[in-house]
Ligand binder design. Structure first.
Ligand SMILES: Cc1cc2nc3c(=O)[nH]c(=O)nc-3n(C[C@H](O)[C@H](O)[C@H](O)COP(=O)(O)O)c2cc1C
Length: 192
């Protein structure tokens, strides 16, 4: 698949198959995050990967899923993520202004995972203090967010935005994700 096709086909996944992800693939995903653009090339990000079953079980309650349709977007029992990647900020390198670095790194990781057939959900709703304690994170590091991973057990679809940004589930439990149309967001040369 071309990069463009990957981008078009990618959706946030919140239901996963109970199949582990090989360490080599997790390393490949983090490597894609490591090599993302970084402002001033300062590279304040490090990555904590959780793939141990018991650790995954403990991380899960720290997360909040699909707020618009809660609790119907939660991973169902047996369909929880099988791995997590926490992008953590080395505060000794940067204390603020790292947010765009995180965005670039996480999107690289999302697309690299998708290329491997692995779905993901990027979550900002993380109980950071609890998760940091669990990960044994030193005080000079901060959890930004987390990327939850696993082989997809759902196939969300996009549809044209029609007045609401709220994603929704139909009777077949398919997630529909409204997206603003290209003609509504594209401006050549001048805004008007
Ligand atoms: C910065 C960021 C934070 C997000 N945080 C959460 C979250 O805490 N929980 C969640 O279920 N989804 C979260 N999402 C996923 C969005 O809900 C999802 O990207 C959006 O509904 C569009 O769907 P799509 O990714 O399939 O295009 C987050 C996405 C981004 C970019």
């Amino acid at each position: 698949m071309s990069t463009y096709e990957l981008i078009l086909s990618r959706r946030t996944i919140r239901q996963f198959k109970p199949i582990p992800i090989a360490r080599a693939i997790l390393e490949r995903i983090v490597n894609a995050g490591r090599l993302a653009p970084s402002a001033g090339n300062m590279q304040p990000l490090e990555f904590v990967v959780v793939d141990d079953r018991e650790m995954c079980r403990r991380v899960f309650p720290c997360l909040r899923w699909a707020a618009y349709i809660a609790p119907h977007g939660n991973p169902r029992p047996g369909q929880e993520p099988v791995a997590y990647i926490f992008p953590v900020i080395n505060l000794g390198i940067r204390e603020k202004g790292y947010e765009n670095d995180v965005g670039a790194a996480v999107e690289n990781m999302i697309l690299t995972a998708w290329e491997e057939g692995i779905g993901s959900c990027w979550l900002i709703s993380v109980e950071r203090a609890k998760a940091a304690e669990m990960l044994g994170l030193p005080p000079d590091y901060r959890i930004d967010s987390v990327l939850a991973l696993g082989y997809p057990a759902e196939r969300p679809v996009i549809e044209d935005f029609a007045g609401s940004v709220k994603y929704w589930k139909d009777e077949q439990d398919v997630l529909h994700v409204p997206k603003r149309r290209l003609v509504d967001v594209l401006h050549f040369n001048r805004f008007r």
